[in-house]
Design a protein around this ligand. Structure first.
Ligand SMILES: NC(=O)c1ccc[n+]([C@@H]2O[C@H](COP(=O)([O-])OP(=O)(O)OC[C@H]3O[C@@H](n4cnc5c(N)ncnc54)[C@H](OP(=O)(O)O)[C@@H]3O)[C@@H](O)[C@H]2O)c1
Length: 329
């Protein structure tokens, strides 16, 4: 594969709305030891990209300043010491940043094979949400078969992944979403019931079932106290974002009396080794189900790389269901 010295990228020109995303030309990155260079076919768009664009989620110091946390494509070059991948291999990868570009560098251990039979656009939509759901719902909250699982934002990229993985685990799955259409999508994916939070109270709905054993929440704000009420004894609440704010006044008595656990994490700042551990667990336990077609990313819409601003506007308009991707090559 001949690699050019420069490439088309989309950069954040200044903190702001979608319009600050603009096409530009940048040098093609060079993979260091343990890294690979990917010729990007599609790049996934995630809510954290929008937070970064708005100036609320700075990339780690050693990461590309370009947005983009996941992509799928072909290996264009490998760094010293990489034995797993060869030039031309089709991969889907978690990126430290830099996905909105014709070429991206990541750690060899953060790439996975494109599941057999999966198209590149769907493959590009896997890593950020699968890594996040796996580490939070299964490694951190230890969701078990038969337990009641509630995910807020059930129609989001994260939500559509969480519903499918929890159902695959044998959990009883419940979701919240903001419209009848979104609720129907959650139920098609395996949620036993989806609660339209504009019309019904998820606390009452979950208490009627005996409470949630695990809740995955991205909303925060007044959901935090309501989540505590909705949890069963020994329940676990996992925060992965605070769309409605992280500062609240709370009575934590119920945490003690009902032995609740409140935890959370963000994926991006975790160590290279920690993300590699998640990748290997996904490859062993989830990738066979993707290859068999038992689960699949829910695809919303594809935009050209140079239309990244329109992709962000769609995501922030919150009418999408599932994943938005950028077609790069
Ligand atoms: N911790 C981590 O490592 C990590 C990693 C990836 C993503 N995340 C976070 O996970 C969340 C989902 O990411 P994504 O890429 O899947 O985004 P997404 O597809 O844009 O989903 C966001 C969802 O949140 C709901 N929502 C938006 N504003 C809301 C509000 N004020 N109150 C209640 N619900 C609201 C929307 O659904 P409705 O229309 O139903 O309200 C939408 O489906 C984001 O907050 C993101 O930052 C965290």
């Amino acid at each position: 594969m001949s690699i050019p010295s420069t490439m088309t990228v989309v950069e954040i020109t200044e903190p702001g709305g979608p319009e600050v995303l603009r096409p530009a030309t940048a040098p093609v990155p060079v993979p260091g030891p343990g890294q690979i260079l990917i010729r990007t076919a599609y790049a996934g768009v995630n809510r954290p990209d929008a937070l970064q664009r708005a100036g609320n989620y700075a990339p780690p110091p050693d990461a590309s300043p370009l947005p983009g946390l996941e992509c799928a494509g072909h290996v264009a070059a490998v760094g010293a010491g990489v034995t797993r991948w060869r030039e031309g291999d089709a991969v889907t990868a978690l990126l430290p940043g830099g996905g909105y570009a014709e070429y991206a560098v990541t750690w060899a251990d953060h790439a996975l094979p494109v599941p057999e039979g999966m198209a590149m656009d769907a493959a590009a939509a896997l890593c950020e949400t699968y890594f996040t759901v796996w580490t939070n719902v299964f490694m951190r909250a230890d969701l078990q078969a038969g337990e009641r699982f509630l995910v807020h934002g059930g129609s989001s990229g994260i939500g559509t992944t969480a519903i499918q993985l929890a159902a695959l685990r044998g959990a009883r799955v419940f979701a919240t979403a903001g419209s009848a259409e979104k609720c129907a999508a959650c139920e098609r994916l395996g949620a036993e019931a989806a609660i339209n939070y504009r019309e019904a109270d998820f606390v009452a709905a979950m208490r009627a079932e005996g409470g949630a054993n695990v809740i995955l929440d991205m909303v925060g704000g007044d959901y935090i106290a309501r989540n505590i009420k909705a949890l069963a004894t020994d329940g676990r609440l996992v925060q992965i974002a605070f769309l409605q704010g992280s500062k609240v006044s709370l009575d934590l008595m119920q945490v003690m009396l009902r032995r609740l656990t409140i935890t959370g994490s963000t994926l991006r700042p975790q160590s290279v080794a920690a993300k590699a551990t998640i990748a290997r667990a996904l490859e062993a336990e989830v990738w066979p189900h993707l290859a068999a077609g038992r689960i699949a990313p829910v695809m919303d819409q594809t935009f050209a790389l140079t239309d990244a601003a329109a992709a962000h506007a769609r995501m922030e308009g919150s009418t999408h269901i599932g994943k938005i991707v950028l077609k790069v090559a």
